[in-house]
Write a protein that binds this ligand. Structure first.
Ligand SMILES: Nc1ncnc2c1ncn2[C@@H]1O[C@H](COP(=O)(O)OP(=O)(O)OP(=O)(O)O)[C@@H](O)[C@H]1O
Length: 120
């Protein structure tokens, strides 16, 4: 069972869950995103948004959290392979942060499209 296809997949899920807990416990940018996500869920219940709006909101929250996590992993790799200052490391980190920026802007636009009609 341990080395079967299913066993390996279950083990991989365990590692992924461990990674998610480490991110939530230790990374302030992830903690901020989790708090924002909880607030957005509260807002969703408050305004009783539709099923489609829930799907869009959950997708946006998942996208930002996932990319923030990937950005953190890239920063860790960069610091591990080259702890000293190097313009390439700076560029790599800036690009990874740029990916989070794209996702965050998209999520903000989705949020505005969902909630502006409920507010005005
Ligand atoms: N080793 C380095 N060499 C060159 N530039 C760097 C280096 N480390 C960081 N930088 C620059 O500083 C910026 C911030 O890097 P840092 O690793 O502190 O990310 P951060 O987003 O502030 O970290 P955190 O998400 O943990 O708060 C990078 O985007 C990059 O422009």
């Amino acid at each position: 069972m341990q080395n079967s296809f299913l066993g390996k997949r279950i083990k991989a899920c365990g590692y992924a869950l461990k990674g998610a807990f480490i991110l939530i416990k230790t990374e302030p940018p992830i903690q901020v995103q989790v708090v924002i996500s909880i607030m957005m869920v509260g807002l969703g219940f408050y305004f009783d948004i539709t099923t489609t709006e829930w799907i869009l909101q959950i997708f946006a929250m998942g996208m930002v959290l996932s990319l923030e996590a990937a950005n953190t992993a890239i920063e860790e790799i960069a610091d591990f392979i080259h702890p000293d200052f190097h313009h390439k490391i700076g560029l790599i980190k800036d690009m990874a942060a740029g990916a989070v920026f794209f996702a965050a802007i998209t999520a903000i636009i989705i949020g505005l499209i969902i909630y502006i009609p409920y507010l005005f």
